[in-house]
Design a protein around this ligand. Structure first.
Ligand code: ATP
Length: 370
């Protein structure tokens, strides 16, 4: 069982740069876990500690139940795929893929079997005699993955492997890596700053910020129940809209723009918000929870807001509207039925039952993340 466990893992560089602070993560056998967060949040350092490329400052890392803190990378039974592919330029694709096995003194026939099997899986049989410079970015990426596959490791580690590819190829390789995960039945840990990659690939997502884990959950649970404002804003595109306001004294509704805008609260939210009456809070509404009222089915709890259209971005299957109402600006992601003109006032239906509420100071969700 190739499970990976991080217990109270901390990494400090140069005495005072805390790259990772008290990380606790349990990755199950055959799970695909994505570490995601903005640049500098500590995700690569976390991965490199699992690989053994960085020492942990304190805490423990276990692979298959075995403490690996003092075990060198080559003995951890992991394979890592890097962003820059790290291929040897003077070697052919075949030699690049065979290299790790040769170092480990595998018999020639076994090396040949493994390289050809990996080439088959990745569809690069025709490229085996080429050198890396004669390959496209996507082909190089496949070779880098192939080099990991031939090792048949217990755990695959990916550090932003798709960053250097163009958008279309990135989507294609994303699917290929997901398929590979199913086919190889391996444990995979994948680092990215791209929330779409995280959402589409991960069985579970660990969101990090400033070296600390913000939330560790399934993609849909993260999306529907973000633990705090950072996670809420990071997951989803375009990002969730945040509007600051004050809960009414009676806890019945929200007031914005010095009370000029008033929103009633749905029944199910009054309980959790009751303790926050008369407090400043941040309301979060996802762009996809704002609709053209004409497209709304019956029975959905909505409130109508009037807004001014500032920018219209037609995406084909949907339209992004950048809007203002009072002092607030927000984005709506609506069906392309009645596309309004810039400057036009519009009425929009907000699904208030899907709204999120955050403490203005701690930024924690007032509805909890369960
Ligand atoms: P990116 O997406 O930009 O790679 P990241 O989330 O992977 O970012 P890390 O590379 O893990 O972040 O870095 C976390 C923090 O640790 C950053 O503040 C970084 O500057 C610092 N750091 C990383 N490696 C070193 C190092 N070798 N020496 C000193 N500080 C480092």
């Amino acid at each position: 069982m190739a499970e990976v466990i991080l217990k109270n893992v901390r990494k400090v560089f140069d005495r005072d740069v805390v790259a990772v602070d008290d990380a606790n993560i349990e990755i199950k056998d055959q799970e695909f876990v994505v570490l995601v967060g903005p640049s500098g949040c500590g995700k690569s350092t976390t991965l490199r500690m699992v690989a053994g490329l960085e020492e942990v400052t304190s805490g423990e890392i276990y692979i298959e139940g075995k403490l690996v803190n003092d075990i060198p990378p080559k003995d951890r039974d992991i394979a890592m795929v890097f962003q820059n592919y790290a291929l040897y330029p003077h070697m052919t694709v075949y030699q690049n893929m065979a290299f790790g096995l040769k170092l480990r003194k595998y018999p020639k026939e076994e090396i040949d079997d493994r390289v050809r099997e990996a080439a088959d899986i990745l569809g690069i049989q025709e490229l085996l005699e080429r050198k890396p410079k004669a390959l496209s970015g996507g082909q190089r990426q496949r070779v880098a993955v192939g080099r990991a596959i031939v090792r048949k490791p217990k755990v695959f580690l990916f550090d932003e492997p798709l960053s250097n590819l163009d958008a279309k190829l990135r989507v294609q390789m994303r699917t290929e890596i997901s398929k590979l995960h199913t086919r190889l039945e391996a444990t995979m840990i994948y680092v990215t700053h791209d929330q779409t990659e995280a959402m589409t690939m991960g069985d579970r997502i660990v969101v990090m910020k400033d070296g600390r884990i913000q939330q560790n959950d399934t993609p849909l649970h993260l999306y529907n129940h973000p633990a705090n404002q950072f996670v809420a804003g990071f997951i989803g595109s375009p990002s969730m809209n945040f509007i600051e306001g004050r809960l009414a004294v009676d806890g019945d509704g929200l007031r914005f723009d010095e009370g000029k805008i008033s929103l009633p609260l749905p029944q199910q939210m009054k309980g959790p918000l009751a303790g926050h009456a008369d407090q400043e809070i941040t309301l979060g509404i996802r762009p996809e929870d704002i609709h053209d009222p004409d497209t709304m089915g019956r029975g959905v709890d909505t409130i109508t807001i009037e807004a001014q259209v500032e920018v219209v971005e037609p995406m084909g299957n949907e339209v992004f509207l950048y809007l203002t109402t009072g002092k607030s600006t927000f984005v709506a992601r609506v069906d392309p039925i009645h596309v309004p003109e810039v400057g036009q006032p519009v009425n929009l239906a907000v699904e208030i039952g899907k709204a999120h509420f955050f403490d203005k100071d701690t930024q924690e969700s007032l509805l909890g993340s369960q």
